[in-house]
Design a protein around this ligand. Structure first.
Ligand code: S3P
Length: 426
């Protein structure tokens, strides 16, 4: 798909529902008692993989024409043995969180996903779940999917996680619902806390203090009505496009602003960008608001430490932003980027360099020597949705034509992305 420089980006846009919250609403609704209604559910391929997995385990899940999802929960012990392998597609969240639930079931499951999933590290969940007595193995013995999970009697653990990963934390907490005694996860930095917030809403005995989350076994969860906020990880493309493109002012409505996810606001402010939040309110314990950005003069910054888990999925787009800032931007403490849907350090460095950026990859991030105005190029995002969207908006203020290969990979998290982007063009 081809993109050219634009004369400005102006107007309002509403991004689709949050991916992390959409996944969790179906998972928790499936193991709750009663009917969970989910509004503004993200109909991206990843979240549809989660729906397909739970349908295969006997949960009645109805997708309405208005975009709502109705989950008729089977209760904590009501999932059925699936007839065959569960397919988690491209979704790390589905693969890792569902493993925590499956570890506590009385039937055997096998699960697998696409080529990218089969390369992503699963040892990070196999180790703590095994400490809980789970019977979970990597079928090929390479610590990756496909995984086999057999019945086991789980016990609670106190786990010092070596990574700040909400997927790891959530897998352990979900297994903790089925375990004997208390389960604790202590993180090196606090990762997104949607599991803790939502499970509390479903009636679980879960609490968190600083970087420690604690859960106790449940006898049942109670169904909920959930309104999913817009995804800040999808809003970031318009935030950055508005900041780097002359003659731009964009408002992104109803964006989730959970403090464990709002790192981009802090970074954009540090870089001198014009970013304002309005209409703040909250839904289901999640903070929501509108974000307005305008074309800005930017300066380089350092992005590292505890902010990293708060913007981990937005870092590729922050690297693009840094190309339009005066001075160096140093992204560090972000080695996790290497094990996302693609190796996001090498894929960003390769493609930004093709567009003329002065960028170096490091062991745990990137250094961008700005400003480095960009020129169009042919971009291979390696089927990584977030890289494809980042380079689509990189075209907004780049000379010449930018061509994105496999542009439809955005369906993973934002199926209407290109239409929404085009609507903002003046
Ligand atoms: C997610 C957690 C993050 C994030 C991913 C979604 C979640 O992954 O990158 O897109 O929904 O819990 P990690 O937990 O591996 O950091």
């Amino acid at each position: 798909m081809d993109f050219n420089r634009v004369n400005g980006l102006r107007g309002e846009v509403e991004v689709p529902g949050d991916k992390s919250i959409s996944h969790r609403s179906v998972m928790f609704g499936s193991i709750a008692k009663g009917i969970t209604e989910i509004d503004n559910f993200l109909m991206g391929a990843d979240c549809l993989s989660t729906i397909a997995c739970f349908r295969k385990m006997g949960v009645d899940i109805d997708i309405k024409d208005n975009g709502s999802v109705i989950v008729k929960g089977n209760g904590l012990h009501g999932l059925k043995e699936p007839g065959g392998m569960l397919d988690t597609g491209n979704s790390g969240t589905t693969t890792r969180l569902i493993s925590g639930i499956l570890a506590g079931q009385s039937f055997t499951t096998t699960l697998n996903g696409d080529e990218s999933i089969q390369k992503r590290p699963m040892k990070r969940i196999i180790t703590p779940l095994s400490m809980m007595n789970a019977n979970i193995t990597s079928i090929k013995g390479n610590d990756c999917a496909p995984l086999k999970i057999e019945p086991a009697k789980l016990k609670g653990i106190s786990y010092n996680s070596p990574v700040a990963s909400a997927q790891v934390k959530s897998a352990i907490l979900l297994a903790g619902l089925y375990a004997e005694g208390e389960t604790k996860v202590i993180e090196p930095e606090l990762s997104r806390n949607h599991t803790e917030l939502m499970l509390k809403g479903f009636g679980a005995n879960v609490s968190s203090v600083d970087k420690t989350a604690t859960i106790y076994p449940a006898s049942e969860l109670n169904s909920q009505h959930i309104t999913v906020p817009g995804d800040i990880s999808s809003a970031v493309y318009f935030v950055v496009a508005g900041l780097i493109t002359p003659n731009s002012e964009i408002t992104i409505k109803n964006v989730g602003l959970n403090p464990t996810r709002d790192g981009i606001i802090e970074v954009v402010k540090n870089m001198g960008g014009s970013i304002e939040i309005s209409n703040e309110h909250s839904t289901g314990g999640e903070k929501v608001g509108d974000i307005t950005v305008k074309t800005s003069n930017l300066k380089g910054t350092t992005i590292g430490g505890s902010v990293i888990p708060r913007l981990i999925d937005e870092l590729p787009t922050m690297a693009l932003l840094a190309c339009y800032a005066d001075g160096d931007t140093n992204i560090k403490d972000a080695a996790e980027l290497k094990v996302k849907e693609s190796d996001r350090i090498s894929v960003m460095v390769e493609n930004l360099s093709k567009m003329g950026a002065n960028v170096e990859g490091t062991e745990d991030g990137m250094i961008i020597h700005g400003p480095c105005p960009l020129k169009g190029a042919t971009i291979d995002p390696k089927k990584d949705h977030r890289i494809a969207m980042t380079f689509a908006i990189a075209s907004a203020n780049a000379s010449g034509t930018t061509t994105i290969i496999d542009a439809d990979c955005v369906n993973i998290s934002y199926p209407t992305f290109y239409e929404d982007y085009k609507k903002l063009m003046v």
